[in-house]
Write a protein that binds this ligand. Structure first.
Ligand SMILES: [Zn+2]
Length: 185
């Protein structure tokens, strides 16, 4: 699939995201309101206060195939414990007390913030296609790597600058290669 084709679909994906967030605004609460004890050791108080969580029976995925991106049919039809859009993440209600899941989605919040929405979406989509699926997508590899450290009891320390540095070192150059057509998607 051409990156150009994918980029032409991004405005509609963003519209779907905005509408989905608006639709769930009433059920949203800050991650700070959960009172997790370890997250404040890894994320700033600002991030925990400004990040919003919505508990749902099944996390919403954009209708990518219907928007002209059939390569993402498998992605959009899978069931996930959580998914992040901008400063908001949806979690399956049965997993809402899982602090490790919140840690993972917060990595994505910082990724959205640091890359900006269009670059996040382009990098996520290209990463998915280049890696041949969800698990090897570089943005997921980053999130799972840091989550593993968290799960293994890594000593406290603000993880946000680490995420930003990893993005600058790995994702920004990847995105540049993608835009130049040097990465098979
Ligand atoms: Zn993830």
């Amino acid at each position: 699939m051409s990156m150009q084709h994918l980029l032409t679909r991004l405005p509609q994906v963003r519209e779907w995201i905005e509408a989905t967030l608006a639709q769930h605004q009433a059920q949203a609460r800050s991650v700070a309101s959960y009172g997790f004890l370890r997250l404040p050791q890894f994320y700033s108080a600002d991030t925990l206060a400004s990040t919003v969580v919505v508990e749902v029976p099944r996390v919403p995925l954009p209708p990518l195939a219907e928007l002209g991106l059939p390569e993402f049919a498998a992605f959009q039809n899978d069931d996930y414990a959580g998914i992040t859009y901008l400063n908001t993440y949806f979690v399956n209600a049965k997993d809402a007390r899982d602090e490790s899941l919140h840690f993972h989605e917060l990595v994505h919040v910082i990724q959205w913030q640091h890359l900006g929405p269009d670059r996040f979406l382009a990098a996520y989509a290209a990463g998915y296609l280049a890696a041949g699926g969800y698990w090897d997508n570089p943005l997921e590899v980053m999130a799972y790597g840091l989550q593993d450290d968290f799960d293994e009891g890594k000593p406290p320390g603000n993880v946000e600058p680490i995420i930003r540095r990893q993005l600058d070192e790995h994702i920004t150059p990847f995105l540049e290669r993608v835009m130049k057509g040097d990465v098979a998607t």
